[in-house]
Design a protein around this ligand. Structure first.
Ligand code: NCD
Ligand code: ZN
Length: 346
């Protein structure tokens, strides 16, 4: 007997599509399964203004296969020079659904991010007033702080003070990787939520470092101890509206991943839904997969749920490509390390 599972069509609340040839290679991978995605603005140069977001949106739409129904939800990259009026206008026009805060130097293409949080106060106050969510990359960049502690320290030093100083600011803690992150998101009330990636439900830091260094498991925030992975699994599979899927699918060509100074990012767009179904089934939570992939995100972003559905069927191990061709090179598809049995029906 075939087992099948039908969900409202999922959305991806944190996605890197890049630009140019890479965009053309990876956009179809997300559009195949997802109805909408929050598009990260960390291009070079970053997407800072409403006009830049509108132009980027057009390039994304042009990169989609004929007939694809995929809506890019645009974000602006917050800098110390961001103009609150431009942010408000881009939101009022319906173009921009969130603003992204990168602490300067925290991750890929974050050099234009924020060093002095006081300088962005006027923008944050305007966002609180208009209800525009702030997506936060939650890691401190202080060289004194161990990389495995940077998320927990960010909550105490940056996130909690900003939220106290800016009542009504709606915040998404992006790609949480710790038990502390999961707990803070859960206890933070309805103006706070967290995205969780597919790969952080599957790997811990041993996967990166034991038996040789595995560059395709290196991403930021870096995967933590097993106890944290288990806390994320419990959070994602709980059905709690504080948590929803943001894959953080972040393609880099293999030449730059398999490198002496390898780039951070896992590319999961191709097989995310098969992996999630396997993970939720392992945790006897298949009945809560839809909340995580398709319901909790729209509720937080105050958008309608999708009116179409997606069906997964269970059968023989799923065949998916190990790599996809992109930008004159290849991009390696995330390997969960166990067979997958749930296929997205076409
Ligand atoms: C992202 C990228 O490559 O743009 N990398 C990653 O490891 N997640 C940036 C980010 O989201 O931190
Ligand atoms: Zn990201």
């Amino acid at each position: 007997m075939t087992q099948s599972l039908t969900l409202r069509r999922p959305d991806d609340w944190h996605l890197h599509l890049r630009d140019g040839e890479m965009l053309r290679a990876v956009a179809p991978e997300s559009a195949r399964h997802f109805a909408r995605a929050i598009i990260m603005p960390n291009l070079v140069p970053p997407v800072v203004t409403g006009a830049q977001a509108a132009a980027y949106r057009d390039r994304i739409l042009a990169a989609l296969p004929d007939g694809a129904r995929f809506e890019p939800l645009m974000t602006l990259y917050l800098t110390e020079d961001t103009d609150p009026a431009d942010v408000a206008a881009a939101h009022a026009s319906g173009l921009v659904k969130a603003v992204k805060l990168y602490p300067a130097g925290a991750t890929t293409n974050s050099a234009s991010g924020v060093s002095n949080f006081d300088k962005v106060r006027p923008v944050l106050e305007k966002m609180a007033e208009i209800g525009l969510p702030l997506c936060m990359h939650g890691e401190v960049t202080d060289p004194e702080i161990d990389i495995f502690d940077r998320e927990a320290v960010f909550i105490d030093r940056v996130l909690d003070p900003i939220r106290r100083a800016t009542p009504g600011l709606r915040v998404v803690m992006e790609h949480i990787t710790t038990a502390q992150g999961a707990q803070y998101a859960r206890d933070g009330g309805e103006d706070l939520a967290a995205t969780i990636t597919t790969h952080h439900l599957v790997i811990n830091r041993n996967h990166i470092l034991v038996g040789g260094i595995k560059p395709h498991y290196y991403c930021l925030p870096v995967a933590k101890r097993e106890e944290h992975r288990l806390a994320l699994r419990a959070a994602a599979t709980s059905g709690d509206p504080s948590y929803f899927l943001g894959t953080d699918s972040a393609p880099h060509v293999d030449a730059l991943k398999e490198h002496a100074c390898g780039c951070a990012g896992c590319f999961t767009a191709t097989n995310t839904l098969s992996i999630l179904a396997e993970v939720f089934e392992q945790d006897a939570a298949l009945d809560r997969l839809e909340a995580f992939t398709s319901l909790n995100g729209p509720a937080f972003y105050r958008l309608p749920v999708n009116d179409t559905t997606l069906t997964l069927t269970k059968g023989a191990p799923v065949v998916y490509p190990e790599k996809i061709d992109a930008a004159g090179d290849t991009v390696t598809v995330f390997d969960p390390g166990f067979p997958l049995h749930w296929t997205v029906a076409t």
